[in-house]
Design a protein around this ligand. Structure first.
Ligand code: ASP
Length: 430
């Protein structure tokens, strides 16, 4: 009876992704109006919007570590080592395949458009950035102190590593570890409920974040880099609307349209925050409640994806490298393009799921083929907007992986998916 009543109320309310879309449109309109009237820098306007945006980001970041840890421990504890190995293998296989496809799409797009020829590099001003060597990143996955990785450094890969180990140990120990398992399950339920509350605030957070971008960025910078910008945007669209849906359909037999609708809150949050890691709570909730993928799969696939699987970033880095090379009059040989392909894949894996990370690890690609680092100064101007777009594609790639692996493992209920996009927060959890 109560459930029915709630259902009725939910049906009358606008779906969450609709609310977010309206918030975005309002932010664009009001932000544009503020710019047009010249009040875009007034503290009375900027300060409260900044406050709301920052508050929303903090709430999201606050739940990432407990959510990832408890989901992984509880998810893995129901599996044995063999099952974890199988899910892990499938996940990495999909990630490699989709990232390669993304880089190829990017390289193909820039070969066709060639926006770098005739670009003006005079204004280039290289930021001083140093990427971390890949081996160091791998080493850091194993934390010296597991508690520090959770409470001090926001090191998701370490949290995942510890979570998988603890989950496996719980299932290996058996009845004696039952209290710990129950405690983790209770913690997970509580974190998930808090996530649910935070997600209800998404439209307000998205409004503030998008409005800030509009207030901050003029249209002028876009014009000088329009060819480059459009090439990245076009290639991202091709990968997001054709490449990934194709993989989703062929490998998982999952209908792309309803799945995209179910994941819309996560995709829009990714766009607004430009951070896969901060979006993770929304991605996890959407995939479970709106798309019907079970926790034993998504708790593993999604956090790993948010840290290592970045289709949009890899594609963007390949395009940026070739664009700057073209602008400097460097003609990349086929061998050099292969190096761009490989290093862009690695640099995207090395990028953390935070705003602007792809720009930093791009140094790896530039250095590998000998492109002047000053070129990064040129493309920095339009990076925020491209970051928002590529982060959406990054999160979309993670979600597709979770669906494909979920289907292969018999851990995805398609009926939830077909129902999921039509109610504000998906079906009620029992
Ligand atoms: N901001 C992106 C993400 O969080 C990474 C990047 O800078 O490309 O997914």
């Amino acid at each position: 009876m109560t459930r029915e009543k709630t259902g009725d109320r939910d049906r009358r309310r606008l779906p969450l992704h609709g609310q977010i879309a309206i918030a975005m449109a309002l932010a664009l309109g009001l932000g544009g109006l503020a710019r047009a009237t010249g009040i875009e820098a007034h503290p009375a306007i900027v300060a409260p919007i900044q406050f709301v945006g920052e508050l929303f980001l903090r709430l999201l970041k606050m739940i990432v570590v407990p959510l990832v840890l408890t989901s992984i421990v509880v998810g893995i504890a129901s599996l044995n080592v063999r099952a974890v190995g199988r899910i892990g293998g499938r996940t990495l296989g999909f990630y490699l395949l989709s990232t390669s496809l993304a880089v190829l799409t990017g390289l193909l797009a820039i070969r066709i458009t060639r926006p770098g020829r005739g670009a003006d590099l005079a204004a280039a001003n290289a930021p001083t950035i140093e990427p971390e060597p890949l081996l160091d990143i791998l080493l850091r996955i194993v934390p010296e102190n597991p508690f520090a990785s959770m409470v001090e450094t926001f090191d998701l890969l370490s949290v995942i590593f510890v979570g998988v180990l603890v989950g496996l140990a719980i299932s290996a120990v058996g009845p004696k570890a039952r209290p710990l398992h129950d405690l983790m399950e209770a913690l997970h339920a509580v974190t998930f409920r808090i996530t649910d509350w935070v997600i209800r605030l998404t439209p307000y957070g998205v409004f503030a974040l998008i409005a800030l971008v509009v207030l901050d960025t003029g249209i002028g910078v876009l014009l000088s880099l329009v060819g480059y910008f459009l090439t990245v945007a076009f290639a991202l669209a091709v990968h997001g609307l054709l490449g990934l849906p194709l993989l989703l359909h062929l490998l998982g037999r999952v209908p792309p349209r309803p799945f995209a609708r179910a994941m819309a809150p996560a995709l829009l949050t990714a766009f607004s925050t430009a951070s896969s890691a901060a979006t993770l709570p929304v991605t996890m909730e959407s995939i479970e409640k709106r798309a019907g993928v079970e926790r034993r799969v998504h708790s593993f696939v999604l956090p790993i994806g948010a840290t290592v699987n970045m289709d949009g970033t890899a594609l963007y880095q390949a395009i940026a490298a070739v664009f700057v090379a073209q602008a400097f009059g460097i003609d990349l040989t086929l061998g050099q393009q292969v190096v761009v392909f490989l290093t862009a894949t690695l640099a995207a894996i090395g990028a953390a799921g935070v705003p602007g990370a792809g720009l930093v690890t791009m140094v790896i690609v530039f250095q590998a083929v000998g492109i002047p680092l000053e070129g990064i100064g040129l493309i920095v101007a339009v990076d925020r907007l491209l970051d928002m777009m590529r982060t959406s594609v990054n999160v979309w790639g993670d979600a597709c992986a979770a669906a494909v692996v979920g289907r292969a493992e018999g851990a995805m209920d398609l009926s939830v998916l077909m129902d999921g996009g039509s109610s504000p927060n998906g079906p009620a959890t029992p």
